[in-house]
Design a protein around this ligand. Structure first.
Ligand SMILES: [Ca+2]
Ligand SMILES: [Ca+2]
Length: 407
């Protein structure tokens, strides 16, 4: 049942609904024949119970946007984060990425759009890559464009879909909708755009915009939504974004990670570099962003002395099995050794790799489990050729550290 539905005036068995704020399940109801809004709280309560049941059968409704604080707290992880999808009318002008990238920001690269073909319905189908129990779908629309009716449906095989809800989004303002329904096993989640508003702004009315889709299952636990956060977050575990959705000029394509890894233990943990950068490139080593730019990509200083080290303190010990390192398409970074330590003094090398000149490249180091708290990158030597920057700078867009999940 969708408890967040029903705000638009509609006829019900108890009379006319003037207005309903169903987040609180408070309905102001005007009984038949009355010109005054109902004010008796007992009566409102009785009618609201009737309407709560009634609202469950409304297949399509206009609902108010919810705030981050109103999002249920126990939805668990977002199963759609970073998952691939296919559009029936793929946008050819840079608006195809962004549907499941973890960012609710409005704009190209973070907001998804279909193409502008005149034919409706249009669909976009997310592949969760494995069958999951799906219990809720949370989608957002930006303030621009003409997106109107969006239905959500589930499928086990990618062929037969069962609709679980639909919503009409208003024109001209940012909105969102949380669909909640009886859990069903599904690998594919489809949004069907049934029809749009008239042209609202500079965008043709045939574009269908969605800022983000989040899908939640039945595992519970704290809600891992990026709704209300300003920057995209890293995938919570091994579900890296497929490279097909990534513009390699802007974002470093990640390596494909195994499915059975725990959360990224390096995310946002403190680190120290023995040749710290002095021009604003000393951040971004483990901020969850794979963007190849200052702020999101880390660099050392350009002293000629090698090796250089940067060491992340995971603030916890874990039996590490994987370290994921991305080197951007600029700079001359070459040989990186990865080592781990239990005490911050004695380091054990778990792998090393020569990154190509002109990259970018993401490398997944996989090794037998080592109980460790620190992860160190040692830059052993660079390519001699300059690639936009002094070749003595060592660049790393992101470092992730994982332990294989225990069974
Ligand atoms: Ca997005
Ligand atoms: Ca980064």
């Amino acid at each position: 049942m969708n408890t967040l539905a029903l705000t638009e005036a509609s006829a019900g068995p108890g009379g006319l609904i003037d207005k309903a704020f169903s987040g609180e399940t408070v309905f102001a109801v005007r009984p038949r024949g009355s010109r005054q809004p109902a004010s008796n709280p007992v009566m409102i309560h009785k009618i609201s119970r009737t309407l709560a049941a009634f609202s469950a059968v409304l297949a399509c409704s206009l609902a108010a946007a919810i705030t981050p604080a109103e999002l249920p707290q126990n939805l668990g992880p977002n199963l759609a984060l970073g998952k691939p999808y296919e559009s029936s009318d793929k946008n050819p002008s840079g608006w195809d990425p962004g549907l499941t990238n973890g960012s609710w920001a409005a704009g190209r690269l973070n907001t998804y759009a279909t193409g502008r073909a005149a034919k409706f319905p249009k669909t976009v189908t997310i592949d969760l890559e494995t069958a999951r129990e799906v219990a809720a779908i949370f989608i957002g629309t930006p303030s621009f464009g003409a997106t109107k009716t969006v239905a959500v449906s589930l499928s086990a095989d990618g062929k037969t879909f069962a609709e679980t809800g639909a919503n009409d989004f208003p024109p001209g303002k940012e909105d969102n909708h949380l669909f909640q329904f009886k859990p069903a096993k599904a690998r594919y989640v489809r949004l069907t755009f049934a029809g749009n508003h008239e042209k609202q702004d500079r965008f043709a009315a045939e574009y269908c915009f969605i800022t983000e889709v989040e899908v939640f299952g039945t595992s519970g636990g704290p809600t891992q939504s990026n709704f209300g956060k300003n920057s995209p977050a890293a995938p919570p575990s091994a579900q890296a974004a497929p490279t097909a959705q990534v513009d390699p000029k802007l974002e470093l394509p990640r390596a494909r990670l195994p499915q059975n890894l725990g959360p990224n233990l390096a995310l946002a943990k403190p680190f120290e570099c023995d040749d710290p950068n002095k021009s604003g490139w000393d951040a971004g080593l483990n901020d969850g962003l794979w963007a190849m730019r200052r702020g999101a990509t880390f660099a050392t200083e350009r002293t000629g002395k090698f090796p250089k080290n940067v060491t992340i303190d995971l603030r916890t010990t874990a039996r590490l099995t994987h370290v994921h390192v991305g080197v951007p398409g600029f700079g001359s970074t070459r040989t990186i050794a990865v080592s781990v330590s239990y005490d911050g003094k004695n380091f054990t090398e778990v792998g090393r790799h020569d990154f190509p000149y002109g990259g970018p490249e993401a490398r997944l180091f996989e090794f037998a489990p080592v109980l460790a708290r620190q992860v160190r990158l040692t830059y052993l030597g660079n390519h001699p050729e300059k690639n936009r920057f002094d070749p003595a700078y060592c660049f790393t867009t992101e470092v992730e550290a994982y332990a294989r999940a225990s069974r």
